[in-house]
Design a protein around this ligand. Sequence first.
Ligand code: SF4
Length: 503
Amino acid sequence: MEPLGREQREAMKKELRLKRVNRRQMILRAVDVEKLLEPDHPARAIWELVGGLDLRGFTAEIESVEGEAGRPAYDPQLLISLWIYAYSEGVSSAREMARRCEYHPAYQWLAGCEGVNHHSLSDFRVQHQAALDDRFAQVLGVLSADGLIRLERVMHDGTKVKALASGKSFRGPARLREHPERARERVRQMGEAPSEEERSAREVKARERAARERVGRLEQALAELQKVQAAEGGSPPRKERRVSETDPEARIMKQSDGGYAPSHNVQLSTDAAHALIVGVSVTQSANDEGQLPRALEEVERNLGRLPQQVVADAGFTTRATILEMAERQVDFIGGTVAAGERSRPRPRIDWAFRAAAFAYEAKGDTYRCPAGQELGRRGTRRTRVGILHHVYQAPAAACRGCVFREKCCAGAAARRIFRAENVPRVAAFVEKMQTEAAQAIYRLRAAVAEFPHAWLKAKIGLRQFRVRGLKKVRCETLWACLAYNLSQWVRLHWRVQRGAAPA
Ligand code: SF4
């Protein structure tokens, strides 16, 4: 076909009738709120499940009552459903949620096309920790009743989530003592005369509240610093200990990329049947050692019983944990337990002088230190959990004159090494972990235990907390875990009940 000439194209253009966009008109639309969402939308499932929970723990502080003056309070079913839905969609900002209530169909449906104040959303997220803990357990009860949780096998793991604080906010004792006084002075000045740039009474109040919160945080930072120093055992540290001014309960922790950042350690126990989270805790501990017994207490508190089997990696596998699991009659599948010496050095001993750097000489039952000195056996001692340690000590005169003393002795007069003896229960664990059956279960660990961590970080966006302090951080973690569990419940049960295949 012959291509059209310019004139022909121009002639055709004149014949076109296009519907032009008109932005200078006012439109009134009728909205059928119920029809904003399709019948199997997850927001409906969340609303339905939350509506069946006992929400009295969230209403205790509501003062607004029928027949009296004042604005009605928001319904806790609405605020809980909004937070769970928002987290499940990767939204963790109260302002963003309030914006979405204006235009997003799912938020509009949940809120009945009414606006929701972002301050109310923000306060509600962190104000009801005990009630939130109870609702988390109640939801687990629903999931159990639906056959999604069995507690036959639980996989456990921890992950570091960045705190709402920068590394630059960490201060030593001198600065921390000086700053609260300056902040208090600022609060006093605000009370006397608001500065010119403070235009409204609301702004003045907000600034005063922020200044008072800062004083509180600085005082808490000093208390946290004392806790950190007390954990040092009283001897002078090699480096000045520091605590964050903005989140005093955060600790510097190693990240998966090898870097270090102020963080909280989030511990999750996951039921292996459907990868649902059955236990949540948040700690200040930079490593996972010793966290498993506490994690099992959380599971027991939530579901009223312990799992039959628990699987965790080498970071959790210590002699003390093996004995505690045996004591609680929980079958423990773990990583490798160090053959002899204590697995971890004391925090102030340099890594180059950790126990593993000392060579054990079985013939004479002695150790030899990196400087070539012999450490003779000085007896035994039993730990609180019943582990027998053989104690070896270097000659005090040798350590006194040694150039490595500061790195090796951590303030002690002479270096000691403790060699743990495998009690029968530890020996039985080591033997069990050499079987193919135990190794096969252990190989399943990463896929199950790390799945919710990956979901929380990649889909829900929980890479950095939006709140400060352990209590609030625990609340945010619980919201994220509720959103995760309910997303799985919608996929595995709610939609199936409505005739859809599981996604
Ligand atoms: S401080 Fe004592 S134990 Fe440590 S390397 Fe020196 S001599 Fe050996």
